[in-house]
Design a protein around this ligand. Structure first.
Ligand code: AMP
Length: 419
């Protein structure tokens, strides 16, 4: 390794050409998939006022308390690189009065996020998510459509070892009653809880359900279950969501402990995990957030969405097919003399403008190594400009698969390939 090279920051990664084709494919499949449901893309700025996340994500959450990249701008304003996308999307929805366009606004995104987490496999400090937000409907069919679209998209990628976990955390009031019961249940075990769980017991007790510590999991086995605290309306909503998912043949498992970390969720919460990922097994998370629009200054508006992590999907996909395909070219233009370079460049450009993928050597390599390169790129044809060809304004086309070759007028090259 060279001395003094500048390395990427811990928790960030380069996406190199042998992977980027997979990223492009994922992005374009998601766009095609979700546009068929009527979602339109939204792109929001990379940084926002810190206040947006404090209000929109919740001051007691891990993201806001310890994971944000926040700095004071020159004018003293506190700014933050976006650690999640729902709050920025809702901010943009309110600010640009998207509600005026349609009572149900369906938005999707594909974006970069920043969280100062401890880097490990599947957990980075800059990472990518795609996701959707459906803003405007309180009804279970909207929940079912959002949950089903997440599951169908991921399973359509060929990720078969998926589990869709589903829960309802009810409305604010049901959750308050549940929190009180959970605190009452956990208080006698307080001294056996980790320092973090003890803190959560007073700040946000449902977060304790996320614990990975085995003796805490054991204690929680007899804990009250949130479903028993749901109001009749919450229960009916949840039952209808499940019924619609059953109708769509979407397999799910009920998970009473799935509460998600962010304050603004209510009713439906869900997560899709993959067995192949190991520790960081969540590929996608989502849920309903009926209070967020109002919390951020808009009119009370129900909403639901999901976000999926691109890096984790790539890890899961790479378990199947490790390498992206190489660049493949249609035609490799071989120039044998310095004098043929100019003509070669003109021909290559004409072909590219007609939609062909064309490569031409710019290292002044020998004909033999240009041919080797053409083979490596799996070029379907080579177009050879030798001395004779140049003199007679011709070009020799060789079909690489069969070895057949034919010399034609340079001016007829487009019509030759467009046949
Ligand atoms: P969240 O916004 O925390 O609900 O996360 C949604 C999805 O984003 C998760 O299921 C992960 O796939 C992905 N994700 C969250 N945090 C990270 C991270 N630090 N690095 C990579 N992916 C992440």
């Amino acid at each position: 390794m060279e001395k003094n090279i500048i390395r990427a920051i811990k928790g960030t990664k380069d996406i190199l050409p042998d992977q980027s084709k997979k990223w492009q494919d994922l992005e374009s499949s998601f766009r095609n998939f979700i546009q068929a449901y009527g979602y339109r893309e939204i792109r929001t700025p990379a940084f926002e006022k810190t206040e947006l996340f404090e209000r929109g994500v919740g001051e007691g959450t891990d993201i806001v308390t310890k994971e944000m990249y926040t700095w004071e701008d020159r004018n003293g304003k506190s700014l933050t690189l976006k650690p999640e996308l729902t709050a920025p999307v809702v901010r943009a929805y309110i600010q640009n009065n998207l509600v005026g366009e349609s009572p149900l606004t369906k938005l999707y995104y594909f974006d970069s996020l920043f969280r100062r987490e401890r880097p490990q496999k599947g957990r980075q400090r800059q990472f990518h998510q795609f996701g959707i937000e459906a803003i405007g409907s309180p009804y279970p069919e909207c929940d079912a459509e959002v949950v089903a679209s997440a599951y169908l998209f991921l399973s359509g990628l060929g990720l078969s070892e998926l589990t869709l976990k589903l829960n309802s955390i009810g409305s604010k009031k049901s959750r308050k009653n549940y929190c009180d019961a959970l605190i009452e249940f956990l208080n006698p075990f307080k001294n056996q809880l980790s320092e973090l769980s003890q803190k959560r017991l007073s700040a946000n007790p449902v977060r304790i359900l996320d614990t990975k510590i085995s003796h805490e999991i054991e204690i929680l086995k007899d804990a009250p279950v949130i479903y028993d605290f749901l109001s009749e309306d919450d229960k009916t909503h949840f039952i209808e969501v499940m019924d619609l998912l059953d109708g769509l043949n979407i397999p799910y498992t009920r998970d009473n402990h799935l509460v998600r970390g962010l304050d603004y969720y209510c009713r439906t919460t869900f997560e899709i995990t993959s067995e192949v990922l190991g520790g960081q097994d969540a590929l996608c998370g989502g849920g309903r957030y009926d209070n967020l629009v109002e919390l951020l200054g808009g009119k009370p508006t129900p909403a639901i969405g999901f976000a999926a992590g691109v890096e984790r999907i790539m890890i899961a996909l790479n378990e199947k097919t490790p390498q992206s395909e190489n660049f493949e070219c249609d035609i490799y233009v071989i120039t044998m003399l310095r004098d043929s370079i100019k003509t070669g460049m003109i021909v290559a450009n004409q072909l590219r403008q007609s939609g062909f993928r064309v490569e031409m050597d710019s290292l002044r390599r020998s004909m033999k190594s240009q041919l080797r390169e053409a083979n490596k790129m799996r070029a379907k044809y080579t177009a050879i400009l030798g001395e004779e060809e140049l003199k007679n304004k011709k070009i020799t086309i060789k079909e690489m698969g069969t070895g057949d070759q034919k010399t034609i007028e340079i001016d007829s090259i487009l019509s030759f390939f467009q046949k």
